[in-house]
Design a protein around this ligand. Sequence first.
Ligand SMILES: Cc1cc2nc3c(=O)[nH]c(=O)nc-3n(C[C@H](O)[C@H](O)[C@H](O)COP(=O)(O)O)c2cc1C
Length: 157
Amino acid sequence: MKVLIVYFSWSGVTARVAKKIAEYLPADRDEIKCYQYKNLLTVFWLSLFARNKELTLAPLRYEPGNYDLVILGAPTWAGVPPRPVIVYLNRYAHQFKQVAFFSTSAATEEQNVLKTMEQVTGKKPVAVAHFHRALVRREGFEEKVKEFVSRITGVSG
Ligand SMILES: Cc1cc2nc3c(=O)[nH]c(=O)nc-3n(C[C@H](O)[C@H](O)[C@H](O)COP(=O)(O)O)c2cc1C
Protein backbone atom coordinates (compact mmCIF):
# COMPACT_ATOMS: atom_id res chain seq x y z
CA MET A 1 0.00 0.00 0.00
CA LYS A 2 1.45 3.38 -1.05
CA VAL A 3 0.80 5.97 1.62
CA LEU A 4 1.17 9.75 1.61
CA ILE A 5 0.96 11.85 4.77
CA VAL A 6 0.02 15.48 4.13
CA TYR A 7 -0.12 17.96 6.99
CA PHE A 8 -0.11 21.62 7.93
CA SER A 9 1.81 22.62 11.02
CA TRP A 10 2.38 26.09 12.39
CA SER A 11 4.35 25.28 15.54
CA GLY A 12 5.50 21.71 14.96
CA VAL A 13 2.97 19.59 16.86
CA THR A 14 1.14 18.20 13.82
CA ALA A 15 4.48 17.71 12.05
CA ARG A 16 5.66 15.65 15.00
CA VAL A 17 2.62 13.39 14.79
CA ALA A 18 3.13 13.01 11.03
CA LYS A 19 6.77 12.02 11.58
CA LYS A 20 5.83 9.49 14.25
CA ILE A 21 3.16 7.91 12.03
CA ALA A 22 5.81 7.49 9.31
CA GLU A 23 7.96 5.54 11.78
CA TYR A 24 5.28 2.85 11.92
CA LEU A 25 3.87 3.11 8.40
CA PRO A 26 6.27 3.69 5.51
CA ALA A 27 5.01 6.83 3.80
CA ASP A 28 6.03 9.92 1.88
CA ARG A 29 5.40 13.16 3.71
CA ASP A 30 4.35 16.53 2.34
CA GLU A 31 3.81 19.77 4.22
CA ILE A 32 1.16 22.29 3.23
CA LYS A 33 2.61 25.80 3.37
CA CYS A 34 0.96 29.05 2.44
CA TYR A 35 2.88 32.03 1.10
CA GLN A 36 0.57 34.58 2.72
CA TYR A 37 0.90 33.04 6.20
CA LYS A 38 4.11 34.83 7.14
CA ASN A 39 3.37 35.34 10.84
CA LEU A 40 0.37 35.19 13.15
CA LEU A 41 -0.43 38.84 12.48
CA THR A 42 -0.93 38.19 8.77
CA VAL A 43 -2.90 35.03 9.62
CA PHE A 44 -5.30 37.01 11.84
CA TRP A 45 -5.50 39.87 9.35
CA LEU A 46 -6.38 37.43 6.56
CA SER A 47 -9.01 35.66 8.64
CA LEU A 48 -10.61 38.84 9.98
CA PHE A 49 -10.49 41.21 7.02
CA ALA A 50 -9.72 39.17 3.93
CA ARG A 51 -11.72 35.98 4.29
CA ASN A 52 -12.31 35.73 0.55
CA LYS A 53 -8.77 36.46 -0.52
CA GLU A 54 -7.38 33.53 -2.47
CA LEU A 55 -4.54 31.76 -0.69
CA THR A 56 -1.50 30.50 -2.56
CA LEU A 57 0.10 27.27 -1.42
CA ALA A 58 3.82 26.65 -1.76
CA PRO A 59 4.60 23.89 -4.27
CA LEU A 60 4.00 20.38 -2.97
CA ARG A 61 6.30 17.46 -3.57
CA TYR A 62 3.85 14.64 -4.20
CA GLU A 63 0.70 14.04 -6.23
CA PRO A 64 -1.90 12.42 -3.93
CA GLY A 65 -3.43 10.59 -6.89
CA ASN A 66 -0.35 8.35 -7.00
CA TYR A 67 -1.11 6.91 -3.55
CA ASP A 68 -3.52 4.22 -2.31
CA LEU A 69 -4.13 6.14 0.90
CA VAL A 70 -3.65 9.75 1.95
CA ILE A 71 -3.39 10.60 5.67
CA LEU A 72 -4.28 14.24 6.30
CA GLY A 73 -3.25 16.02 9.48
CA ALA A 74 -4.20 19.48 10.72
CA PRO A 75 -4.09 21.58 13.85
CA THR A 76 -7.27 23.15 15.17
CA TRP A 77 -7.69 26.84 14.41
CA ALA A 78 -10.88 28.40 15.76
CA GLY A 79 -12.34 24.92 15.92
CA VAL A 80 -11.61 23.94 12.32
CA PRO A 81 -8.61 23.18 10.06
CA PRO A 82 -6.52 26.21 8.99
CA ARG A 83 -7.61 27.63 5.62
CA PRO A 84 -4.58 26.34 3.67
CA VAL A 85 -5.73 22.80 4.52
CA ILE A 86 -9.15 23.53 3.05
CA VAL A 87 -7.49 24.95 -0.06
CA TYR A 88 -5.45 21.75 -0.38
CA LEU A 89 -8.49 19.51 0.13
CA ASN A 90 -10.56 21.45 -2.40
CA ARG A 91 -7.78 21.14 -4.93
CA TYR A 92 -6.91 17.46 -4.48
CA ALA A 93 -9.91 15.65 -2.97
CA HIS A 94 -10.94 14.33 -6.39
CA GLN A 95 -7.61 12.44 -6.53
CA PHE A 96 -7.93 10.73 -3.14
CA LYS A 97 -8.63 6.99 -3.13
CA GLN A 98 -8.74 6.21 0.60
CA VAL A 99 -8.23 8.76 3.38
CA ALA A 100 -7.47 8.86 7.10
CA PHE A 101 -7.51 12.05 9.17
CA PHE A 102 -5.87 13.28 12.34
CA SER A 103 -6.10 16.55 14.23
CA THR A 104 -4.17 18.23 17.00
CA SER A 105 -5.35 20.90 19.41
CA ALA A 106 -4.67 22.82 22.61
CA ALA A 107 -7.96 21.66 24.08
CA THR A 108 -8.27 18.04 25.16
CA GLU A 109 -11.29 17.34 22.97
CA GLU A 110 -11.57 17.19 19.20
CA GLN A 111 -13.55 20.10 17.83
CA ASN A 112 -14.64 20.24 14.17
CA VAL A 113 -11.42 19.44 12.34
CA LEU A 114 -12.13 15.79 11.49
CA LYS A 115 -15.75 16.45 10.56
CA THR A 116 -14.74 19.38 8.33
CA MET A 117 -12.13 17.30 6.51
CA GLU A 118 -14.75 14.62 5.88
CA GLN A 119 -17.24 17.19 4.60
CA VAL A 120 -14.77 18.94 2.31
CA THR A 121 -13.33 15.73 0.82
CA GLY A 122 -16.70 13.99 0.67
CA LYS A 123 -14.86 10.83 1.77
CA LYS A 124 -15.40 8.56 4.75
CA PRO A 125 -12.02 8.08 6.46
CA VAL A 126 -10.75 4.56 7.15
CA ALA A 127 -9.52 5.86 10.53
CA VAL A 128 -9.39 9.12 12.50
CA ALA A 129 -7.41 10.24 15.53
CA HIS A 130 -7.14 13.35 17.66
CA PHE A 131 -3.99 14.30 19.55
CA HIS A 132 -3.98 16.76 22.41
CA ARG A 133 -0.83 18.82 21.85
CA ALA A 134 0.53 17.99 25.31
CA LEU A 135 0.34 14.26 24.55
CA VAL A 136 3.06 14.41 21.90
CA ARG A 137 5.61 14.94 24.67
CA ARG A 138 4.13 12.40 27.06
CA GLU A 139 3.93 8.71 27.64
CA GLY A 140 1.10 7.22 25.65
CA PHE A 141 1.94 9.10 22.44
CA GLU A 142 3.62 6.13 20.75
CA GLU A 143 0.75 3.85 21.76
CA LYS A 144 -1.83 6.20 20.32
CA VAL A 145 0.05 6.52 17.04
CA LYS A 146 0.49 2.74 16.82
CA GLU A 147 -3.20 2.22 17.44
CA PHE A 148 -4.10 4.74 14.69
CA VAL A 149 -1.72 3.01 12.27
CA SER A 150 -3.09 -0.44 13.08
CA ARG A 151 -6.62 0.75 12.34
CA ILE A 152 -5.41 2.08 8.98
CA THR A 153 -3.50 -1.07 8.02
CA GLY A 154 -6.30 -3.27 9.36
CA VAL A 155 -8.79 -1.77 6.92
CA SER A 156 -6.48 -1.05 4.01
CA GLY A 157 -4.32 -4.17 4.01
C1 LIG B 1 -4.37 30.75 15.13
C2 LIG B 1 -4.57 29.61 16.09
C3 LIG B 1 -5.84 29.23 16.46
C4 LIG B 1 -6.04 28.15 17.35
N1 LIG B 1 -7.31 27.76 17.67
C5 LIG B 1 -7.51 26.68 18.50
C6 LIG B 1 -8.82 26.24 18.81
O1 LIG B 1 -9.83 26.77 18.37
N2 LIG B 1 -8.95 25.16 19.64
C7 LIG B 1 -7.86 24.50 20.17
O2 LIG B 1 -8.04 23.52 20.91
N3 LIG B 1 -6.60 24.89 19.86
C8 LIG B 1 -6.39 25.97 19.04
N4 LIG B 1 -5.12 26.37 18.73
C9 LIG B 1 -3.98 25.55 19.21
C10 LIG B 1 -3.49 24.54 18.15
O3 LIG B 1 -4.55 23.83 17.54
C11 LIG B 1 -2.57 23.50 18.79
O4 LIG B 1 -1.54 24.13 19.50
C12 LIG B 1 -2.00 22.57 17.72
O5 LIG B 1 -1.57 21.36 18.29
C13 LIG B 1 -0.83 23.23 17.00
O6 LIG B 1 -0.37 22.41 15.97
P1 LIG B 1 0.90 22.83 15.11
O7 LIG B 1 2.04 22.99 16.07
O8 LIG B 1 1.10 21.67 14.19
O9 LIG B 1 0.58 24.10 14.41
C14 LIG B 1 -4.92 27.44 17.87
C15 LIG B 1 -3.61 27.86 17.50
C16 LIG B 1 -3.44 28.92 16.62
C17 LIG B 1 -2.02 29.34 16.24
